[in-house]
Design a protein around this ligand. Structure first.
Ligand code: ZN
Length: 408
């Protein structure tokens, strides 16, 4: 699943959870970091269970305790938290004059850093919402001069300094004559060794980054340009997005670099989307490798000829499976409003057995459903925002299209 789809679905989950409320302070939110031992969490919950015994309202007391029990039942089935940790929401939800104990397990799109247990009348979603506010792409950062170099990774708004390297290149000072030239050769030799050392470390670090979108290099003097131009980074030189001036080459230098590079990074993200939409429109105009419309896109995905599916974030539809309770007949429909569909099919006859026994068996957002379908045939799905002119243009075009591998 592409990052943009993951992010979109995660956002939808959060919107869904945000609408849930309890009558009292009885909805539990539990954040478990990946390194946390499940047995510890169980002990913590046992303690909370007995604490809940002090709650005055018998109703709230009962609801909190049942929520804790249901969380513990789920945790029993888990050996250890997944890669990014685990979030569990549980509690008695008050909806349409009905009350029901609901529980949701969620694997966050980014790592959970601290253990949180909260009990409130709403679910505590702040840490997850924060994950949405920044971009998921990662960048390699390097600041360098002849004295030192610092290597870091930028992921979202998070900077991690990975390595600091000191050089042992002596400073130039005039001695004059024969020994001066020999001395300078030694200095250049030492500088070369130092650049190689920095490059090796940088390659090792940058190559290990998942989703590396580019590298930005900084430093105070001409060294940084020399370093890039001489190709010390080998293959990775192609990934260098920009070389900028900074005053420092330590952690401060890295922060300067990020400040200066912010514009480049934002443009990079937006450009990707612009390029995709432009390519799509170009192909449409010349009746080339592009199609649009849900039905056409769906067929093309099923035929395996789609390279990239483009869907506008504002294309908010559902794919619904409707089945007949009586004869088992089933069919799919794409709709915008589930409540409306529920009313419609309540009075509708099954085309096979003629009974009014149709019901909604299952539904998904169209984006989720098409992503799953695409995965089977190796097509990628990209969500197009409405933040750019191109994105708005695409939405005006219907909001769904695809670039093809070959013509149907
Ligand atoms: Zn039927």
């Amino acid at each position: 699943m592409s990052d943009s789809v993951k992010l979109y679905l995660f956002k939808k989950h959060l919107e869904f959870l945000e609408r849930k409320t309890g009558k009292g302070t009885e909805l539990i939110s539990l954040y478990i970091p990946p390194e946390r031992n499940i047995a510890d969490v169980m002990n913590y919950l046992k303690e909370e269970y007995s604490q809940a015994g002090n709650i005055k309202s018998p109703r709230t007391r009962k609801n909190v305790q049942s929520a804790i029990v249901s969380i513990m039942q789920r945790l029993k089935l888990i050996n250890k938290p997944p890669k990014n940790g685990l979030v569990i929401f549980a509690g008695t939800i008050a909806e349409n004059n009905k009350e029901k104990l609901e529980i949701y397990l969620l694997e966050p799109i980014d790592k959970i850093n601290s253990f949180i247990y909260r009990c409130d009348s709403k679910f505590f979603l702040e840490p997850l919402k924060q994950m949405l506010t920044y971009k998921r792409d990662a960048y390699g950062l390097l600041v360098i001069d002849r004295g030192e170099a610092t290597i870091a990774i930028l992921k979202g708004k998070n900077i991690s300094i990975v390595k600091h390297i000191e050089s042992n290149v002596p400073r130039k000072h005039g001695k004059g004559g024969q020994s001066q030239r020999r001395f300078e050769r030694l200095i250049e030799q030492a500088a070369h060794e130092y650049f190689k050392r920095v490059a090796e470390k940088a390659k090792e670090i940058f190559n290990s980054i998942e989703n590396l979108k580019g590298i930005i290099i900084g430093g105070p003097g001409p060294t940084k340009e020399f370093f890039v131009k001489e190709g010390y980074l080998g293959e990775l030189t192609k990934k260098v997005l920009d070389v900028v001036d900074t005053s420092y080459t330590d952690e401060y230098g890295i922060r300067e670099l990020v400040d200066k590079a912010e514009k480049i990074l934002k443009e990079e993200e937006i450009n990707k989307e612009k390029r995709l939409v432009r390519k799509f429109l170009e192909e449409v105009v010349k009746d080339g490798l592009a199609i649009y419309g849900e039905k056409e896109v769906r067929n093309a995905i099923e035929n395996g000829c789609v390279d990239i599916v483009l869907i506008s974030e504002k294309y908010e539809k559902y794919r619904v499976k409707i089945s007949c309770r009586n004869c088992g007949y089933e069919y799919f429909e794409t709709i915008e409003d589930i409540k409306k569909l529920e009313k419609e099919i309540a009075g509708k006859r099954c085309i096979k057995c003629q009974n009014t026994t149709l019901e909604i068996e299952d539904y998904k957002t169209l984006i989720e459903e098409l992503s799953e379908l695409s995965e089977k045939t190796g097509a990628k799905v990209e969500i197009i925002s409405t933040e750019t002119d191109e994105g708005m243009q695409f939405l005006a075009f219907g909001g769904i299209g695809a670039l093809l591998r070959y013509k149907i």
